[in-house]
Design a binder for this molecule. Structure first.
Ligand code: ADP
Length: 492
């Protein structure tokens, strides 16, 4: 598994969670998995034991040869080996991709180096790999190298590739001269393969050359084949739709389980959730200096304060509700300055209704998930989303925009869904403030006036299993069909 992020070594988003959890689940299913990522400064500071494999790399990058070496460690609490590509000039920096609002100028060069290092490591470490699993644009060159340079090289003849897209909005686009860094012939720089309107596009490259492509939910796999969520690559994806699928990310219930959560005022499980959750709500209200009324609906929001997460709609509804509705808001997040200003102002003007923690805090995230009644996640688009899955486990009913992974995991509390015992939240289809407002109204009304229905929603969510086990089995199936198809093609 080749990736630019792995929890707990380096993380900017959900990619890191997937690459930290999935390999361990695959190993539990009996597969031999190795992970490979860059040796960032954060890896060296992580305090894990790193051994030098003795493997040295000489990688051609344009007209120079860049040296590197391979270090080895293990994923925490497992026997899964993780290899780190050590190249201090490229990777020992303060951040992963950008600093002070600007991308590193040599991002293309850094990740071309990483992709070539991955391909060479397979041989040099004698890993005997059946399938390489690439993730996002940073590893998009790997499927191309496999097809163009390595297909008939000894030890690589049967190698198949999967590319997982975690977010279409990040594509690794660079000016055309960076083609020289890849070392790949200019003939591949055309609009069917590596070029996108005059630029080199590494995500497109991966999509074109990978044997299989998947995203992190079935709905998102559909959505990216059309505008606007295809972010310009919808036609390329449609062209490859026969090898494109979606697999929902799993949750790490070791970290997110109200029955064992050390951050909470009281732990709770489906059998005793009412008493436990009431204590957590009171504790949250106290700590946020909100009135400690058990009956006021408490709406929680946790996430990046970005338009992607639907905060433009939230802003419109909140501006109206703070003066008109008796509900409380608990907000945790960091991000765009306009939302920092908005939530700072609302919490100062309406301290009885709005509490905002504009920071990154795992502790607050757990306490809001447990203490809130409703979890609001009206994302404009959402490849998978994790917070709504945590909310289900914590008995905090999600209110979501029906897009991507939110549409695949949250079933609206319609009469028929309730009757069939399927409903676990509230959702709306059209991305507009009026729709969000109506849906939040329904949720608050159900909470205040239809407790039996509410309790049913809570229990349905708490009893669902969104752990990695099932998703890992789906990845195994994907790997197997990919290997079979790739080898059938080679034999033919
Ligand atoms: P994305 O990867 O698009 O940011 P996800 O819902 O998939 O969204 O995952 C976000 C993760 O980051 C969750 O684990 C969430 O709890 C966490 N998170 C986001 N913002 C904060 C914050 N301010 N403090 C603590 N955790 C946060």
């Amino acid at each position: 598994m080749a990736t630019s992020e792995v929890v707990p070594f380096a993380k900017t988003g959900g990619l890191a969670d997937v690459c930290g959890s999935l390999p361990i689940e695959l190993a539990k299913l009996g597969h031999e998995v190795s992970v490979i990522m860059p040796a960032y400064s954060s890896v060296k500071k992580a305090g894990i034991e790193l051994t030098d494999t003795g493997v040295l790399l000489d990688i051609p990058i344009g007209s120079k040869i860049v040296e590197g070496r391979i270090l080895r460690g293990r994923l925490p609490d497992s026997n899964v080996p993780i290899y780190f590509v050590d190249q201090p000039i490229y990777f020992e920096r303060n951040e992963l991709y950008r600093e002070a609002g600007e991308d590193y100028k040599d991002n293309c060069e850094r990740f071309v180096f990483f992709c070539r290092a991955v391909m060479e490591s397979i041989r040099l470490l004698q890993l005997n790999v059946d399938l390489v699993h690439a993730n996002d644009w940073q590893t998009g060159l790997i499927p191309a190298l496999q097809k163009i340079e390595y297909e008939s090289a000894p030890g690589y003849e049967h190698l198949a590739s999967v590319l997982t897209i975690h977010n279409m909005a990040y594509q690794g686009q660079f000016w055309h001269w960076d083609m020289l860094l890849t070392g790949i012939d200019w003939k591949y720089f055309n609009w069917h393969q590596m070029e996108y309107y005059g630029n080199l596009n590494l995500l497109k490259t991966g999509i074109v050359f990978a044997d299989s492509i998947n995203t992190v939910s079935p709905r998102y796999a559909e959505e990216i084949q059309t505008e606007p969520l295809g972010c310009g690559l919808e036609n390329v994806l449609r062209h490859r739709s026969h090898v494109l699928s979606g697999i929902i990310n799993g949750v790490d219930y070791g970290a997110w389980n109200p029955a064992t959560d050390n951050y909470l005022a009281s732990t709770y499980a489906p059998e005793n959730w009412q008493a436990g959750k009431a204590k957590c709500k009171r504790d949250l209200q106290e700590r946020l200096s909100l009135p400690t009324d058990p009956n006021i609906p408490l709406i929680g929001l946790v996430g990046r304060l970005a338009d992607q997460k639907g905060f433009d709609l939230v802003a419109q509804v909140m501006n109206h509700w703070v003066t008109s509705r008796d509900v409380q808001w608990a907000i945790l997040g960091t991000g765009e300055p306009n939302y920092h200003e908005l939530f700072t102002r609302l919490s100062a003007e309406y301290p009885d209704r709005v509490a905002a923690k504009l920071e990154f805090s795992n502790e607050w995230a757990h306490q809001i998930e447990a203490g809130a009644d409703i979890f609001l996640m009206p994302s404009r688009y959402e490849p998978c989303g994790l917070n709504q899955l945590y909310s289900l486990k914590y008995g905090t009913v999600p209110v979501v925009h029906a897009t991507g992974g939110l549409a695949d995991t949250i079933l609206d509390a319609s009469e028929s869904n309730l009757q069939q015992g399927l409903a676990n939240g509230f959702s709306f289809d059209v991305y507009e403030a009026a729709a969000l407002e109506r849906t939040l109204d329904r949720a608050c009304d159900t909470y205040s006036h239809h407790r039996d229905k509410w309790n049913q929603l809570v229990l349905t969510g708490m009893q669902q299993d969104w752990s990695w086990a099932e998703s890992a089995r789906k990845y195994v199936e994907l790997y197997q069909t990919t290997i079979d198809r790739a080898n059938a093609t080679v034999c033919a």
